[in-house]
Design a protein around this ligand. Structure first.
Ligand code: 3PY
Ligand code: MG
Length: 257
């Protein structure tokens, strides 16, 4: 059986990883992303419809198809953080992290002592990463990534402190919420100039602090811009949008017959 290739190793080696983004809780959709060649697939438990059971199933199918496994958590859910790490998520993205304390509590839920306070029993994660429990214990803190989302004014104000949390591996920018924060709620402008400038600043600071920078992108131009800004974990391709666009296009082809 092929040896697992860990997301953490790729990102720490400076590789750019593009992740598909799945909101629809049919695990085979996540598998389709993986089989179509996406190097990683993210299951969205914040704004998507995944629950614990559908996420568990999808994580296994992504692993089976040979891609890397990422979850975006619901806001502030430390219990689910540990449970999804146990079920084989290699990277956990926590939304709306606004302070050093919140970043620390989240990273503590991802890492085993002495680096954190994750509780032991990763039988599924060990299985999916093809390791014995002893091997898993030895490697888990390096192989299981904690990313805090930076998407509020509070987070920007606390960025240096958040980046100083040692056990945090990276930050992940949510440009939509960030644009709302930057315009005091007046404008949703994830692709705008002001948002782009803030994204560039966050990537520069993260890289300087030795953290991995990640970002949610809504089009190809934004992916290119993000790569140039130093982002390495980049989402591009959302199942709901794929389906919506394809359904409209298919219907247009036969409309009026
Ligand atoms: C944002 O852009 O705010 C996100 O969280 C992406 O889903
Ligand atoms: Mg957001």
């Amino acid at each position: 059986m092929a040896k697992a290739t860990f997301l953490a190793d790729k990102l720490r080696a400076g590789k750019t990883v593009i992740t598909g983004w799945s909101l629809l809780p049919a695990p085979m959709i996540a598998e389709l992303f993986a089989r179509s060649g996406y190097e990683a697939v993210t299951l969205d438990l914040q704004h998507g419809m995944y629950d614990f059971n559908s996420a568990c199933e999808a994580l296994a199918l992504i692993a089976l198809a040979g891609s890397n496994r990422i979850v975006r958590l619901p806001v502030g859910d430390l219990a689910l953080t540990g449970r999804l790490a146990d079920m084989g998520a290699e990277c956990l993205i926590a939304p709306m992290v606004n302070s050093k304390e919140e970043a620390q509590a989240f990273a503590d839920a991802v890492k085993y002592p002495p680096r954190g306070q994750r509780s032991w029993s990763p039988f599924r994660a060990a299985m999916l990463s093809r390791q014995t429990s002893d091997q898993y214990l030895q490697n888990a803190n390096d192989q299981t990534l904690a990313f805090a989302m930076i998407e509020t004014q509070e987070a920007i104000d606390a960025l240096d402190d958040i980046l100083a949390v040692e056990s945090l591996d990276g930050v992940f920018v949510g440009p939509s919420d960030l644009s709302l924060a930057l315009t005091h709620g007046r404008r949703l402008d994830p692709n705008g100039e002001k948002t782009a400038k803030a994204c560039a600043d966050i990537a520069a600071k993260a890289t300087e602090a030795g953290k991995i920078a990640g970002i949610f992108c809504l089009n190809e131009a934004k992916v290119r811009e993000a790569v140039g800004q130093g982002y390495r974990l980049i989402s591009h391709g959302i199942d709901t949008i794929f389906l919506d666009h394809s359904a409209r296009a298919a219907l247009r082809e036969v409309e009026g017959l």
